[in-house]
Design a protein around this ligand. Structure first.
Ligand code: UFG
Length: 326
């Protein structure tokens, strides 16, 4: 298929692009390179443009695409509370421009990067897709707002979509050629590995008084390579005029302390950690039920255990201590 990938030079997008190409699909990456890295994708796939620029989107989409995968978004929960306008502009207004450009260009299918942040503080874990959605930060709200837009556009204009609610993406491509490189880095796994490399002092543990077994937050870590495979299955299953929402996680929760302990084992390095106050906006525990995508699309994770996720991330960090170096 011909696939148009917004934000395809970012962390998750670039892994999906790799798997799409390996599976024989033709890809165009639409990215403004504000957070993505040109080196993360083959040069011939890159089409530089901004999500807010509808004319450029129409130009990019002109060659006839069977499916759009939409990753381009701001994704820092904390920042979204300090600068909500930035999040609404890009994640909602920009995304609506993409839908408008798709209608003009005759592209009728989209796979959307949604988030576990749409649930807010869950009543139960593992969280099923029909759990109430009550985001507790602007980031999660913008993702939910766009999911709603997709539903109405499907009903009115015949759009076909799948929204994938990711839990905590981590890890790197098995060959370690591409991986995670954010600036600033806020995610736990890369931060812990930067500490293992001696590039950071002690890891700060945000909160040790949560109602969890060891007092630290519990998350469901999913390998980015498995996440990428789910996008391909989703793309193949989309039917026009309807939509489906799927969680993507492994169904196992690990605490912050368990992540640090696993990283110590994997790296064999000393990783100091220090308890600090809670980070605002963090739910105590987020664990996915991914039964729906397993049953309906046959998704089976290849790397479900935390140790393997961290091993692949460690290979990337060791080989690329400066990330992409840009
Ligand atoms: N954490 C620390 N120290 C750090 C960094 C993180 O203790 O230096 C903790 C956080 O408080 C949290 C856990 O490690 O409990 C994981 O934090 P991340 O920042 O790696 O990931 P989040 O769970 O906050 O966020 C992820 C995605 C978001 C998404 C969210 C859904 O990155 O895009 O899951 O809740 F919105």
């Amino acid at each position: 298929m011909n696939v148009f990938v917004t934000g395809g030079a970012g962390y998750i997008g670039s892994h999906v692009v790799r798997r799409l190409i390996e599976a024989g699909h033709r890809v165009r990456v639409y990215d403004n390179l504000s957070e993505g890295h040109a080196a993360a994708v083959p040069a011939e796939t890159l089409f530089v443009g901004d999500l807010m620029d509808e004319d450029r989107l129409v130009e990019g989409l002109a060659d006839g695409f069977d499916c759009v995968m939409h990753f381009a978004a701001h994704c820092y929960v904390g920042e979204s509370m300090e600068a909500p306008e930035k999040y609404y502009r890009n994640n909602v207004v920009g995304s609506l421009r993409l839908l408008s450009a798709m209608r003009k260009a005759g592209a009728g299918r989209i796979v959307f990067s949604s988030s576990a942040a749409t649930y807010g503080e869950p009543d139960e874990v593992p969280i099923p897709e029909d759990h109430p959605t009550r985001p507790i930060n602007a980031y999660g709200q913008t993702k939910l707002d766009f999911e709603h837009a997709l539903r109405y556009y499907a009903g009115a204009y015949g759009l076909g979509y799948v929204a994938l609610r990711y839990f905590n993406a981590a890890g790197a491509a098995p060959d370690a050629h591409i991986g995670e490189d954010h600036d600033p880095e806020t995610h736990l796994v890369p931060i812990v590995l930067e500490a293992a490399l001696g590039r950071r002092d002690a890891v700060k543990i945000f909160g040790s008084d949560y109602p969890t077994p060891d007092g630290t937050c519990v998350r469901d870590y999913i390998h980015v390579w498995d996440l990428a495979q789910a996008h391909i299955l989703a793309m193949e299953a989309i039917e026009t005029g309807s939509g489906r929402t799927y969680n993507l996680g492994n169904g196992s929760g690990y605490s912050v302390r368990e992540v640090i302990e696993t990283a110590r084992r994997v790296t064999g390095r000393k990783i100091s950690a220090v308890d600090v106050p809670r980070r605002p906006g963090d739910p105590p525990a987020l664990v996915a039920s991914s039964r729906r995508i397993a049953q309906e699309l046959g998704w089976t994770p290849e790397f479900p255990d935390l140790q393997t996720i961290i091993e692949t991330a460690w290979r990337w960090h060791q080989a690329h201590p400066d990330g992409y170096g840009d």
